[in-house]
Structures are given as C-alpha cells and as structure tokens.
Design a binder for this molecule. Sequence first.
Ligand code: FAD
Length: 412
Amino acid sequence: MDFEHSSRTEEFLARLRAFQGCEIEPCEEGYHRELLACADPWVVLPVIEELKEKAKREGLWNLFLAPGAELAGEPVGAGLSNVEYAPLAERMGRSLITAEVCNCNAPDSGNMEVLLHFGSPEQRERWLAPLLQGTVRSAFCMTEPDVASSDATNMQATATLDGEEVVLNGRKWWSTGVGHPNCEVIIFMGLTDPDADRYHQHSMVLVPLKTPGVKVERMLQAMGFLDAPGGHGEVSFSDVRLPSSAIIGGPGQAFAIAQARLGPGRVHHCMRLIGLAELALELACRRASERVAFGKPLANLGGNRERIADARIAIDQARLHVLHTAWLIDKQSPDAIGAAAQIKVAVPNMAQAVLDMSMQLHGGAGLSNDLPLAGAWTAARALRLADGPDEVHRGVIARLELARHGHGKWST
Ligand SMILES: Cc1cc2nc3c(=O)[nH]c(=O)nc-3n(C[C@H](O)[C@H](O)[C@H](O)COP(=O)(O)OP(=O)(O)OC[C@H]3O[C@@H](n4cnc5c(N)ncnc54)[C@H](O)[C@@H]3O)c2cc1C
C-alpha cells in the first residue's frame, strides 16, 4: 500500500497552497465581512470574479473532473482521479470560498458530472459549456416540503409528457444555490410515470430559471445562516412547459442518474469537511497554547490535551476512510456503494465533533462570527441531511452487511 500522493497531486497541491496563501487568505475575511454588511446579500462581490479569473489562469480550475472528461471532443478538467483530487478538495475545504473560486463547488460540480455523463450534445453545449466556464451557476431540486424526501421515491412534483413537451408542477425546497445571481438553470426531479416500476417513475429535467411558471418563493435559513449568495430556496413550478428534449437521459432515468451523481460528488463534500476539521484543530491548538486561565495555558487544563489528541485520531481515520472510498470509486468497485454510505455518515459527524471541540476551547469567540467555526459547524451539521439523512446511509450499510453474512432476507 502506497500512502504517497501522486506527483501530479503534489504539483497541484503546491500551486493550490500558494494560490490560497497569496490570493485567497488575504481577502477572505474581508469578503465575508463585506457580504454580511450588504443590505442585499444576493450579490457576487467583484473580488470573487477576480479570483476566479486568476484561478483559471493558474490552471486551478475544474479540478474535480475525472480523466477522460471532454466537451465537443476537447478534454476538460485536470484529468485527476478521485484519489488524486481528494487532497486538493481537502485543501479547498479550509476556506469557504476556494471551491467556488476554482469552479469545484456544489451543487455545480455534481450537476456538471450529470451533464457530462448523461446530457445530450445539445444540453451539454447549452448548459455544460457555461458551467465549465463558471459564467453560470445551477441548482438541484429534488427535496419537497410535503413529502419525506429521504425516500426519493416519495416525490410528488410531476414532469408529465404532453406531446413534444414536458410539463412541470410542484414545489421544491432546500434548493441550494438557487439564490445566486448567476444561477440560470435548475435540474428538476419529477414524477413522469406512476405506473412504471419504483425506480423508473421519475425524470430529471433541465429548467432555465427564467422559464414562465418557475418562482423562487423564499430563501431559507439553515440554523440562522442564509449561506448567501447561493443560499437555499423554496421554488414553485406551475405549468412549466419545456420541450421534451430538456429531459436528461430520457423519461424515467432520474434514479439511475441520481445514483451516479451522489457518488463522486459526495467524496468531494467529505474531503472538504476534513479540511475544515483540520482548520478547526489548528485553531484549537493555537488558542489552547496562547490563552491562559487559572495560571496555565488552556491546553494544560482539564481534559483538553485528550480532546486535541482525539481530534487528531478522528481526522486521520476519516481521511483514510475517504481516500479508500475514492480508490474504490476510481476502480469502479461494487464495494464503493457501501464505502460511500459509510463516509457520508462518518465524516460529517467527525467534523461536527471536532468543530464543536474547537468552538468550546475558544469560549464565546467560538460562537461568534469573528471566527469561521460556528458557520463551519452548521455546514457539517447540515451535511448530515443535505445528501440524505445519516439513518438512510446507515440503512444501506446494514443491508449490505447483512447480505454479506448470508442474511439477505433481512435486506429491506
Ligand atoms: C443545508 C441543506 C441543503 C440542502 N440542499 C439540497 C439541494 O440542493 N437539493 C435538494 O433536493 N435537497 C437539498 N436538501 C434537502 C435534503 O436532501 C433533505 O432534507 C433530506 O434528504 C431529508 O429529507 P426530508 O427533509 O424530507 O426529511 P424526511 O424524509 O422527512 O426525514 C426526516 C427524518 O426521518 C428520519 N428517517 C428518514 N428515513 C429514515 C430511515 N430509513 N431510518 C431511520 N430514520 C429515518 C431521519 O431522522 C430523518 O432526518 C438540503 C438540506 C439542507 C439542510
């Protein structure tokens, strides 16, 4: 087993570190402060577009795309495997803006993967090309307020075929990114054929945000955070008519596509959370060494050393778990499904615990907006739901484990 990074990862990592140090870190704090002070937070501050141009020039762009990704016969992305990309995503995760600056942010990265693998040439030209350029943004609308959406077969919003058209009706919420001023397209998941088998009833449809009948009803707060400028919206669809060529991969293909979309896309979330946890531990160590109470640095009080040690153990375990999952995905191993479900549970819980420890060591400052910890904790907490609740992933893990031991009859 070789634990070294590939030479390409090392090379990209060195460039990414330098870019973060010289270009992002000097302006990130000011960026967040300026955005918080905006009366209208649904704006792209000029610094983001400037940084995106610099990242593009540096070749630190679309790093998440797998080898072989191409558009109109031209290769796109850095051609890194998931194992090679994982340390870069981790590095991006230390900052709340680097992923966007490098065009590697959710939900656009997952949506781009969908279009790369399942989009028609026309869909790829219209939407994938500008997404790859970072000139437009996108959202993914699956979850509905009125049904338990952790079971995606519950979805009631409809995508009904009518001659050469598809007609959308229903209400979605928690649509991340829909508030972004550059958000121009939604991937909508809706019920097309209730008589088909459970996993072939739904379709994914590309919906330009400005289509008549699409309305962003409100922007939600996740535990008090708007997460502007992308945010999370509630969106209604009333008799939205589109040509049936807007359906991705054909009617009834939504589940097959969603399976593929949540694989690599979720490795990215997990790796970024490891970067956040590393940052939280680094800040905790600094605080514990520099701040004195009861005549001693905080590090020498109570169980703080043990907490720091436990955080190191937890982060390193989670990183290896994610890298192993990335390796299984790269090999297209059937074991990747269970491994991905495992990290979906393990990593957000680990990050939440490490961030919580760091917040506690920072005292009141840990809960303030002066430090990134409270926002990061909320992000980790949200990720225990955003790609499906922990319980659903545990259900997958248990089903596979029971089947492995010959108890397949308990698999549902
Ligand atoms: C910040 C954030 C961003 C999000 N972004 C998006 C997005 O961009 N697009 C999108 O479509 N959705 C998004 N979501 C929505 C998210 O995917 C759903 O909230 C999630 O799938 C759960 O669906 P639900 O809210 O309907 O909960 P429900 O399905 O009602 O489930 C509620 C609870 O029931 C329990 N439960 C459910 N199933 C089981 C089970 N099998 N075993 C045991 N207990 C179970 C769990 O405790 C679960 O949390 C986002 C959510 C958040 C918080």
